[in-house]
Design a protein around this ligand. Sequence first.
Ligand SMILES: *Cc1c(COP(=O)(O)O)cnc(C)c1O
Length: 361
Amino acid sequence: MKRIYNFNPGPATLPLEVLKEAQAEFLDFNDTGMSILEISHRAKAYERVHNQAKADILNLMDLDDDYEVLFIQGGASLQFAMIPLNFATKERPGSYVISGVFSSNAYREAAILEVAKIAASTKEENFRRVPRQDEIRIHPNAAYLHVCYNNTIYGTEFHYIPDSGNVPLFADMSSDMLSRPLDFSRFSLIYAGVQKNLGPAGVVIVVARRSLLEKSPEILPTMLRYETFYKKNSLYNTPPAFSIYMVGKVAAWIKNNGGLEEMARRNSIKAKLLYDAIDSSDGFYRGHAEPDSRSFMNVTFRLPNDELEKKFVAEALEHDLSGVKGHRSVGGMRASIYNAMPIEGAAALADFMNRFRKANR
Ligand SMILES: *Cc1c(COP(=O)(O)O)cnc(C)c1O
C-alpha cells in the first residue's frame, strides 16, 4: 500500500488512524455482525454513534446546551437556500458579506427569494482579502449577517469575528470548521459540508442556537425546515449514517490529539512553511491572498507563467504531492492543508517549492 500527500480541497485527506479504524470494524461493527453501512438508523448501535458525534462536536466547540447539532444532506449548497427560506423575509432580509465564490452562491440563493442585501464585498479586488469590520454595513432590519469564514477557492480567511451587534451572525465554515479555537458562542448558526475538514462527503453539520430551530415558517416543506431536523434529532428520514459515523471518528481523533488548540498549532506551522516558501521566493511564487487575510487551510499562489504551472503540478505528483492545481477561477496553485494533513506533508511541499524555484528560475 502506498499513501501520498493529498492537497485536494475537498473531498480531502482524512486522518490515517481514522481510516484504519473504520477499516478494522468495517465487516462487523460493534459485534452486530453487520457493517455500519448495513444497520438500521433506528438501531441502538447507530444511535450511540449519532449522539456521540453530536456531543463531541459541541464539546470541541465549547458550546453549551443553548446550541444543537443537526445533520443535513444536500451539501453546504442546500444551506445557502435553507437559511433564507427559514429566516429571511422581504421586510427582514439576509445581509451578506461577499468574499468569494461560495459566499456569492449563498447570496444568490437568497436573491432568488428576493430577500438578500449586500453588507460588503471584495469582488473588485478579485477577493484577495476579506472585508474589514469598518467596511461591513449591515442592513438595519437584517434577519442575520452571513459570512463565509474561510474562502476555499481564493485562500482567504477571517482572522476576526465580525461584530454584528444585535443581528445574529451566521457562518459558512465548510473549509475551516474545528481547525482552531474560536468564541463560537458569538455565532448563532454555523454550518459546514464535512468533506473539507471533517469527513467524507454526504453530510452537513449545522450548529445553531436552539431558539432559532424551534419554529420554521409553516409554508416550508418538511425537509426544508430546520424544525424537522431539530425535533427529530436529525432522524426524521434516513440519515447518511456512514458519513456521520466518520465525522464522529474525526471528532474523536481531534479530541485525542489535543483538541482545537493543538489543531491550531499544527495548522499554523503548516501554513507558515508554505507562506515562507512563497515570501522567500523573490517573486517567483506570488500569493493570491493579502497577508492579513491569508487562509490557514488553503494556500493559493501563482508561478511566473502557465507553462511553469503545468510543470509544477506534474513534478509535484512525481514527488507524491497530489492535488495542488488551483481552482479555474483563480488559476495557479492551491495547497489545502486541513487538520488531517501532517506537518511532514506541508514540509515536503515547501521543500519541493524551494527546489523547483531554484531549478526553474
Ligand atoms: C465546498 C464549499 C461549499 C460547497 O459545499 P457543497 O457541500 O459541495 O455544497 C460551500 N462553502 C464552502 C466554504 C466550501 O468550501
